[in-house]
Design a protein around this ligand. Sequence first.
Ligand SMILES: C[S@@+](CC[C@H](N)C(=O)[O-])C[C@H]1O[C@@H](n2cnc3c(N)ncnc32)[C@H](O)[C@@H]1O
Length: 840
Amino acid sequence: MSVLAETSPSEMLGKKKLHQMVDTKSPSTFKRLKVDATRNFPENCGPFVHENYGTREIYPEFPSATKLVKVNATRNFPENCGPCVLQKKNERDTQCSANAEIESCSEVEMNVVELGDPLSVFVPKDMQFDLAAAGACEKEGGDSSHLNTSCQPTTNGNHVLKTKEENLMYDDSTQLNEVLVNQVLQKPSTDTGNTCDWFIKGYPIENGPELPAIVSQENLIDGRNDEPRKETNKRVQYKEVADDESRSQVDSSSCSESNSQKSGDKTPSAGKKGGKGEIVQEEAVKCPEPLHTCKVIFEDESAVMKKQINLGVSQEDLRNSDVLCGASGHGLLTEYEHIQKVKEVKETLKLFDDEYTKLLQEDKAEKHEGRSKRRIHIEAAMNLKKQKKWVNCEWTFGHVPGVQIGDQFRKDVASSIVDSGRYDNEAISSETFIYVGQGGNPKVSLNGRVEGQKLEGGNLALKNSMDLGYPVRVICSRQRLNSEKSDLRYIYDGLYTVTKCWEERAPTEKYIFKFELKRNLGQPKLTRELVSRPAKLVKVNHSCVNKATKSIMQSEFVVDYDVSQGKEKIPIHVVNAIDDEKLPPFTYITNMQYPDWYYISRPQGCNCTSGCLDSEQCSCASRNGGEIPFNTRGSIVRAQPLVYECGPSCKCPPSCKNRVSQHGPRYHLEVFKTESRGWGLRSRDHVSSGSFICEYVGELLDEKEAENRIDHDEYLFDIGNYDEEIPKRNVARSNNLKVESNSLMRKDEDGFTLDALRYGNVGRFINHSCSPNLYAQNVMYYHGDKRVPHIMFFASESIAPLEELTYHYNYHIDHVYDKNGDVKRKNCRCGSRKCEGRMY
Ligand SMILES: C[S@@+](CC[C@H](N)C(=O)[O-])C[C@H]1O[C@@H](n2cnc3c(N)ncnc32)[C@H](O)[C@@H]1O
């Protein structure tokens, strides 16, 4: 036997194996060690812990707990407590935080979301355009301050992804691209009374009656172009839509009888069927009230339904409409909405300007008296907020509705952007620049201490934007020559995409993040009247920069785009920024490989057809002490000796909330080469505490076979060694449901081992750390043999993106032996402050 307790001489021959943690950090599985597993689960440490700035608060939602427990948030597994699970969004998660953001305008401050916060970048003046030289900003009164309070939901990744979907709203599942345009406002046209003059952008209507009075916005755009717009051969046809269906897709309450009648006039659908390749239009109703939902099905995405309404908006405004150029982040604003937004924003800017000017005068007077410390732009913004004059309070990707390229603002703009101007950004060309991440800037350090930048806050957000391909708004700053500092102007430059990001050593010797941003195509240029392009173009050789600085994120370091070869739902990249080594070969498997001799016994499943909602009735929950061990977000509530998930023998659906780890990894995991520990594993996403990471999958070996493999023991993992004891207070909740015996009756000779050397999954790359952020959880779901539980890794704390994922191997020093019975030693290189120096 490989890992031996002090006492048994017969066990002095054997191999080293990997083990789950057995100390206070996780349930015990360690063979032949006497470990009191119950001390992980004391009576006084309840479930459902909520992290909030060091105070973890029990979340009463599920199942029932009401007390507050103060826990040192930096510890993985407090001695008396299981893993801490984020249960409830904190206040910042759910509320518009524009106040706080505006108040804290000191440097680049971008709201951070756990995943994918597309954001705005402020480009400081030293790489900006010389507007004064170009004669811009001459009109004092014409410049407006901008008050665009994009209150970003500072929330978890799921929310943001959802937001993205809400904005994109393309449904690939349909044969035709289907675009749901929410809240398409339809107001009475001034010249036609209660009618809505819809038109289809740019396409000739061949099959089907003509639409009335089509004044395409695109025609207006074409008018400014010398180039004639190409005619397309796309045909527009209409699908027959039953009145009922039509009405239900628009707002039935507001579009009643007259709509259905007029749909006969306006929708040339009657009698025509939408065939393959046809555009199918399903709305074309006249509606005196705003529609709430208007369903439009297009042959392709570029056919955008628009509405021309005389709103007193000049053609100039319309020409500047970048929606028409496809530059909008989501491209789904109708002309009407856009024009409305432009008006709205302009009005708000004007109000802000007035308020700002008023306060400026007051301030000047106070300064004169030597008593002013006011931040008037914030005051002005807050005054407008009180008057409920803020606009664009929803988070949106892409352009801010109503803000057009070239718009100038007097002071700090969207809540996500704050003046910087002190970072060494570099312009590469008129379309590309290198943006330096936030933090670690000696120019802004208050205490003179300069620290390396971290992949958090705005830096993380930018990286996420890169990964997700989200557009980033860029705002440039400039100060007019010979003008006062208060006359700093910001100019909206449009959308950019983060194309690269890397880490490099700054002159301060600290590491900083750099991001390459490229201007999105199809956007109106900042014209010469507005800006002149940067005078100083600094040429940077990217590859040199990256190689010299050991970039960890460049695609050139990706040695494999999916080590799982499509077997996992989310591809797993392999990156090596250290040397030229490739990943040693192995066969990727996603399920434990059972030997022929092993009999897979089926457990008795639950009968909950509706998804184990009633944890008191579910027999799987009863095995877990009457509780579903996961919260509503699928995070494990606490470490347990054994967790029972529902499985193939259960009647509940795959979506049952008691099936978490069996669905495989949910995060973008990445195998990467470490400096001194071979390959390791990390997540490109933020991981919240209690989240499932992956299983440790390998060949199942019996004791004898494991001994045979002692010379190649790097990937051996002893399993099934644990004391199963469910805390009494939980058992008490199991009512009269049958609870299986908790006694494991484990004998040493029953030992099983997993070997992931030849066959394994991503779990085989997880290294040991003396300060781990994962723990190994025994989970049962597939079979009923408790000697062979699944080894599932869960996060024992929140983990930042790209932080290495580790667990404690739990070797006992001087108790790992080689084939000859000699003690084996291995130094630990986990690098943590608590490192014990030796792994075994
Ligand atoms: C399961 S493998 C982990 C993946 C491995 N690093 C690789 O390259 O495939 C275990 C082996 O990784 C190395 N290792 C893991 N954690 C380590 C640590 N903290 N210090 C030194 N070596 C470590 C040891 O060689 C160990 O036997």
